[in-house]
Design a protein around this ligand. Structure first.
Ligand code: SAH
Ligand code: SF4
Ligand code: F3S
Length: 471
């Protein structure tokens, strides 16, 4: 018997792993008759896939829940049916009970390690509609062994989780508690998933892990493989033209991984390598387990292997005890290194983490001022990096239509967003684009029909219609 046709609305916050997980939840629910919608108003089931990393993330979930309650009531009044409201992800894991207490209209709360159980949870709720489900177990069986084999992808660039959880216990961070202990998937499972992605047209795969360069899964030969071995194997899959991995820890930049950046042409010259702070005292209090100079050395090794590698990072300002001199060290480090892009955050005390209980918490206005100063330098670096590419030709993987009519949007090898005019059929191709303008957050360019031959490049006749050209 075919299951009833139902609509599923998923809203995602947080890191790329949550984006990947949301797609896998949709894959798990598809055989039950659920098809995606982007309107909560017509959904039979709504999943909020949440993030607990900073304070605001949690508050956003509760305000979204308030909005959904109104949607649920309106649908019921209109006789349009019942709306199942589910909360997944890291807030669910950390504050499951509080969610059910504060928002009793929520039907299901389940943590990141339970997604393979969704069909059973949906069935249980159907049997006992008024008994909310709370599932925040860390089951012994690996979730990945029980997720369905069918994969969907949002376009020619897709994520693939290879590792989950974290054993590093940085003193500010909730991830070791919400995602649990570090677990690496076996290489065979990852290679199979990558082949399936390639078969549905995916050209670029970003390997995901909270600590992806600590990957140590079972290899095809039964030995433990590091990330470098895995990347070499993935590079052998026809159709996978670009590989990336994120997020890395500076301690785990093994020699063979650095060398992979010189050896694997598919491995893109871009790396997100969070440093958090440039002050050794702060790094120690954060339990990062490396000094600022270790980070500088890791960057130097990467640049020797791949001189054009573009770097990105994460910074936290206002960690407990951080003083002006510490912050000056952070500015010095980022000025020395030069980043192509970066994320920066005010320290946010998270319940249950050691740093939340530390003395000398930094005042909010000091955090704000430091963040502003840091972002000023980072923004200038990003703009300079983008401007530096003006006049050059970059291979761009077009992923979707751009915002202006006639425009396509893709990414350069260095992760820059590139907008250029072109016909839809170039989506999914890697095309040479002459960069005309480097903006703060993107590049504008022209598809270069005279450019070098690039994988998958389709020769384009000149003169197609593009009103977006001027924008
Ligand atoms: N696993 C990754 C990142 C995890 S969280 C890593 O090890 O780097 C992403 C980023 O959020 C972190 O790099 C950090 O900069 C920031 N972050 C984490 N906890 C935070 C907190 N309590 N306050 C402010 N920023 C935080
Ligand atoms: Fe959090 Fe640190 Fe683990 Fe990254 S390495 S997830 S910041 S505990
Ligand atoms: Fe957020 Fe959880 Fe990712 S806390 S950053 S969604 S691992």
């Amino acid at each position: 018997m075919r299951p009833p046709a139902r609509k599923l609305f998923v809203k995602t916050w947080g890191c790329q792993m949550n984006v990947y997980d949301s797609a896998r939840m949709a894959d798990v629910l598809a055989p039950l008759g659920f098809s995606p919608t982007d309107r909560a108003e017509e959904a039979d089931m709504v999943i909020l896939n949440t993030c607990h990393i900073r304070e605001k993330a949690t508050e956003k979930v509760f305000s979204e829940l308030g909005r959904l309650r109104a949607v649920k009531d309106a649908r019921r009044r209109a006789g349009a049916g019942d709306t199942v409201i589910a909360v997944a992800g890291c807030v669910a894991q950390a504050e499951g009970r509080e969610i059910l207490a504060r928002a009793p209209y929520v039907d299901m709360v389940f943590g990141p390690q339970t997604y393979h159980d969704l069909p059973a949870m949906v069935a249980r709720l159907a049997r006992a509609r008024h008994q909310p489900i709370l599932n925040t177990d860390f089951p012994v069986e690996a979730k990945f062994d029980r997720l369905p084999e069918e994969v969907s992808a949002p376009g020619p660039a897709a994520f693939l989780s290879v590792q989950e959880g974290c054993d590093k216990f940085c003193t500010f961070c909730v991830v070791p508690y919400t995602r649990g202990a570090e677990q690496s998937r076996p290489a065979r499972q990852i290679l199979d998933e990558a082949r399936r992605l390639a078969a549905i047209g995916v050209r670029e795969i970003t390997l995901l892990g909270q600590n992806v360069n600590a990957y140590h899964g079972e290899g095809l030969d039964g030995q433990a493989w590091g990330l470098a071995r895995l990347l070499h194997a993935l590079a052998g899959i026809a159709g996978v033209d670009r590989l990336r991995y994120t997020t890395s820890h500076p301690l785990d930049m093994a020699d063979d991984l650095v060398a992979a950046h010189a050896e694997i042409p598919q491995l893109m010259p871009f790396l997100h390598l969070p440093v958090q702070s440039g002050a050794d005292r702060v790094l120690a209090a954060m339990n990062r387990r490396h000094r600022a100079d270790d980070y500088r050395r890791a960057v130097a090794r990467l640049r020797r292997a791949r001189p054009d590698i573009a770097l990105s990072s994460d910074f936290i300002v206002g960690f407990p005890g951080e003083d002006d001199a510490d912050f000056a060290q952070t500015l010095r480090l980022l000025t020395e290194i030069g980043f192509a892009q970066a994320y920066s955050f005010k320290y946010s005390a998270r319940p249950g983490t050691p740093a939340a209980a530390m003395d000398r918490q930094v005042a909010e206005d000091v955090k704000a001022a430091r963040l502003q100063a840091l972002q000023q330098v980072l923004n200038a670096q990003q703009l300079a990096f983008n401007r530096r590419h003006e006049g050059s030709v970059l291979p761009v993987l077009f992923e979707r239509r751009g915002r202006q009519p006639g425009q396509l949007q893709g990414r350069s090898p260095y992760m820059q967003v590139v907008n250029a005019c072109g016909p839809d059929r170039l989506i999914g191709s890697i095309v040479p684009v002459r960069i005309d303008t480097g903006h703060a957050n993107s590049l504008g360019g022209t598809v270069d029909t005279t450019g070098p031959d690039m994988t998958g490049f389709v020769q384009e006749p000149a003169g197609f219609d593009c009103p977006g050209q001027v924008a």
